[in-house]
Design a protein. Structure first.
Length: 107
């Protein structure tokens, strides 16, 4: 499962790097983690989006294009994986949380 999650993370990062301008509304999208269900049916994709103010609209835009993203992912990893998992996108706000703690500690 770890190998498949790393493969999906790498390929989605490449996809967002190439197509991020159209999908991300001009935001920078980074794939921070991918967690696969035990049956390999679903993948939870955690995204870091800069600027963070646009995070919610970007995730909604990605969810509306999830079939296209999954199709493109399938073309890239079809030789290594028998079944392409369903993709679910989540915001990874750990960087914002760390920044908030840092600001509080400096006060």
């Amino acid at each position: 499962m770890l190998k498949i999650s790393r493969l999906i993370q790498k390929e989605l990062a490449e996809y967002f790097r190439e197509n991020g301008k159209e999908l991300g509304q001009g935001s920078l999208i980074s794939v921070t983690a991918v967690r696969i269900s035990p049956d390999l049916g679903q993948a939870r994709v955690y995204l870091s989006i800069f600027p963070s103010a646009k995070a919610e609209p970007v995730v909604k835009d990605l969810e509306s294009h999830v079939k296209t993203i999954r199709f493109e992912l399938g073309k890239k990893i079809a030789k290594q994986v028998r079944h392409i998992p369903e993709l679910r996108f989540y915001i990874d706000d750990s960087m914002d949380y760390a920044e908030r703690i840092d600001v509080l500690l400096k006060q």
